[in-house]
Each structure stands twice: as structure tokens, then as C-alpha cells.
Design a protein around this ligand. Structure first.
Ligand code: 13P
Length: 252
């Protein structure tokens, strides 16, 4: 029997919504989304909107918060960066690691991604590890090989019990912000390769790990993606910026 994992709906606001917009968003979103026991909602605001957003949701502990990035060092002279412990202190429970924009716009390597996963886990933040292939890799039939390489690189140094506490997001690079969504079948196929690799890395404990799909998710396609075998949740960019569409996705 496949384990029943709680659905996870995560909003990556990227470089959108300052404190003022975050506050207005939360007022509207919380009116439209009542707490659900069977799902977890996580918001990833920009660093400077984080505290305003979290304060606006203070009466709703069912809505959780994460940061979009951390530095791998514990602390020190890294102007402009945020450490895992600062993020924790601000109320973050999660951190995105290895997002396609970090990898392909900012040049983050598999090795740096691994260091961030280790730092996050050691400071008590749940890493949401993002993996996904570029279009030329998909066309060359390398989708599974790419996500397996990214998983191994990021998780190899963690003990299995720690690995069991991470979240994975499959985000094909060609689907991010392009309006070109993976089909539910594409998502299921990649999620099944990811699930098999998680088993190989962490054994039975890996059954607890939710695998989210991300890439051009909208209120219109969310239900079909969530119904795809192996899809435990969604990581949403553009469609999470408006309270109405985000609430509709969370209520799916
Ligand atoms: P879009 O939903 O805008 O395609 O972004 C996906 C994403 O990168 C979420 O992390």
C-alpha cells in the first residue's frame, strides 16, 4: 500500500510582493482559504516581506512560511546573504534549495546545493530540494538521469533519517514561467524516477517524503496535476501571486 502523504501546496513568490503587497495578499487569501487538516500550505515570500507576511498570518498557524534561499555558511562576512539560523529566528520552517533559477541564473552547482541542504537540516529548517531537467536534456532522453544526479548530489551526505524529513519539488526548467506545463503523465513519470531514487538513498523512511510538481501550475490545471499518480503537491510561482488563484489552488 502506498503511504498516504499529506498534500503540500507551496507558493514561491520569487522577487515579487513587498511588505505592503504581502499584507494585502494575506488578508484576502486567509478570507478565501479555511484551514484543512489534510494539506499543508507554505508561503515563500521575498526576504524583506517575510516578517510582514508571517505577522499577517499570526492567527493562522496552519499557514507556514519559508525563505527562498540561504547561504551555506553558519554566519560571517557574507554581505547581502541570509543564514539558516537568521531564517529560523524570523519564523521560517522551510527553505527552497536548488531552485532552477538559483542553478541556472545564479550558477549554483550541485555541490553548493548539497552544502545548503546540510546547513538547512542542521539548523532545523526543512529543505525543499528542487530538481528538474532543461529542455535539451529532456529531448535527449536524460530527464531521469538528471533528476537522479541532482538528488544524489544533494542528499548523499545526509543520514537517512534526515533525508526522510526533506521535501522534493520536481520542476522541469522548460515549464517554469513559460506557460508550458508538464502533462500529468510527464509529472508522474519523473516523480516515479525520483521516488525510486529516494528509496535507493534512504530506504523505507523515504516513503514519508512528499514530491511536489512545479512549472506553470494554474488554478485551471492544478486539480489534474494533483490527481496524477505520485504527485503529492504543487510548488507554484506566477499563479500564487494573486490571492484568488492561490486560494483556488489550495482549495483544489
Ligand atoms: P511558475 O509557476 O511561475 O511557472 O514558477 C514555478 C516555480 O519556479 C516555482 O518555484
Amino acid at each position: 500500500m502506498a503511504p498516504r502523504r499529506k498534500r503540500v501546496l507551496a507558493a514561491n513568490w520569487k522577487m515579487n510582493h513587498g511588505p505592503t503587497a504581502a499584507l494585502a495578499f494575506l488578508e484576502s487569501f486567509l478570507d478565501r482559504y479555511a484551514p484543512h487538516d489534510d494539506r499543508t500550505v507554505i508561503l515563500f515570500p521575498s526576504a524583506l516581506a517575510f516578517s510582514a507576511a508571517r505577522t499577517a498570518a499570526a492567527a493562522r498557524p496552519d499557514v507556514r512560511f519559508g525563505v527562498q534561499n540561504i547561504h551555506s555558511a553558519e554566519k560571517g562576512a557574507f554581505t547581502g546573504e541570509t543564514s539558516a539560523s537568521i531564517a529560523r529566528d524570523a519564523g521560517a520552517q522551510y527553505v527552497l534549495v536548488g531552485h532552477s533559477e538559483r542553478r541556472h541564473v545564479f550558477g549554483e552547482t550541485d555541490a553548493q546545493t548539497a552544502e545548503k541542504v546540510i546547513r538547512a537540516a542542521s539548523e532545523g529548517l526543512v529543505p525543499v530540494l528542487c530538481v528538474g531537467e532543461k529542455i535539451e536534456e529532456r529531448e535527449a532522453g536524460q530527464t531521469d538521469a538528471v533528476v537522479v544526479r541532482q538528488l544524489r548530489a544533494a542528499l548523499q551526505a545526509l543520514p537517512p533519517a534526515t533525508t526522510a524529513g526533506v521535501l522534493i519539488a520536481y520542476e522541469p526548467v522548460w515549464a517554469i514561467g513559460t506557460g508550458r506545463t508538464a502533462t500529468p503523465g510527464d509529472a508522474s513519470s519523473a516523480h516515479s524516477a525520483i521516488r525510486a531514487e529516494l528509496q535507493a538513498i534512504a530506504g523505507a523512511e523515504s516513503d514519508a517524503i512528499p514530491i511536489l510538481y512545479g512549472g506553470s501550475v494554474t488554478a485551471a490545471n492544478a486539480a489534474a496535476l494533483l490527481a496524477a499518480p505520485g504527485v503529492d503537491g504543487l510548488l507554484v510561482g506566477g499563479a500564487s501571486l494573486e490571492a484568488e488563484s492561490w486560494a483556488s489552488i489550495c482549495n483544489s
